[in-house]
Design a protein around this ligand. Structure first.
Ligand SMILES: C[S@@+](CC[C@H](N)C(=O)[O-])C[C@H]1O[C@@H](n2cnc3c(N)ncnc32)[C@H](O)[C@@H]1O
Length: 216
């Protein structure tokens, strides 16, 4: 329950989503048992639709965890698409590497171990799809780097932007999350008003923002 949609809506949407392939179901099970946060099923479906439609060739992700969303992206993107994903926790990187090695996509996903704050300034490629799913309080900082690396016509997708509804109303804010909520509000204001970009915020999963870089 994310406080974003009524539970019956979420349950219904999830009930009509087809089951993923076995190797992904095993990762979902591991994530559930070990409390590893991975993208919600409806967010995974959105990623699949976007990648099948947009056909990005070079994808960047911030926040690999155990490699689940990277594998969802690999499965939906074109055969020649490459995915670079950044993760700062060594234990997560080890599990992600194992999951990727056991998948059909080991040659297409590269994990960079390190803090995105240090890694992002060093990248020297351009990307046509970027998925932000790392520390929520750092989204604005990450976005500023990522928007530089995003090709015109490309998309940045940011997950958990409504943060269990707290971003939309003070009534839900818990004290120790105040700073993250404040930063997410600043982030959403920024991406909705920056010249050359068009954004939308969707009440899907824990809140998803999509930002399109104008192709003029
Ligand atoms: C929500 S999980 C990612 C889930 C993953 N995208 C998926 O759906 O399968 C967030 C991950 O981002 C990592 N992370 C958070 N802040 C980071 C940073 N500044 N640099 C690199 N990784 C970060 C965390 O260690 C955690 O594993």
């Amino acid at each position: 329950m994310t406080n974003i949609n009524e539970e019956y809506i979420e349950d219904y949407i999830r009930s009509i989503i087809p089951t993923n392939k076995d190797y992904l179901v095993q990762i979902e099970q591991y994530a559930y048992e070990n409390h590893v946060p991975i993208i919600e099923p409806e967010v995974a479906q959105l990623i699949k639709v976007l990648l099948k439609n947009n056909k990005p060739k070079n994808i960047l992700e911030v926040g690999t965890a155990i490699g689940y969303s990277a594998l969802i992206m690999a499965e939906s993107a074109d055969k020649e698409a490459r995915i670079t994903t950044i993760e700062r926790r060594e234990d997560m990187v080890d599990i992600a590497n194992e999951n990727i090695a056991n998948s059909p996509f080991k040659d297409r996903i590269k994990i960079i171990k390190g803090d995105a704050q240090d890694i992002l300034p060093q990248l020297n490629e351009t990307y046509d799809f970027i998925f932000l799913d790392g520390a929520k309080g750092q989204y604005l900082e990450f976005f500023k780097y990522c928007s530089e690396y995003l090709k015109p016509g490309g998309l940045i997708m940011s997950d958990n932007v409504l943060f269990k509804g707290m971003v939309a109303t003070d009534d839900l804010v818990i004290r120790r999350k105040k700073t993250i909520v404040k930063r997410l509000r600043t982030f959403l204001q920024y991406i909705n008003n920056i010249d050359g970009y068009t954004s939308c915020v969707m009440p899907l999963g824990d809140g998803v923002a999509l930002t399109y870089k104008e192709d003029k």
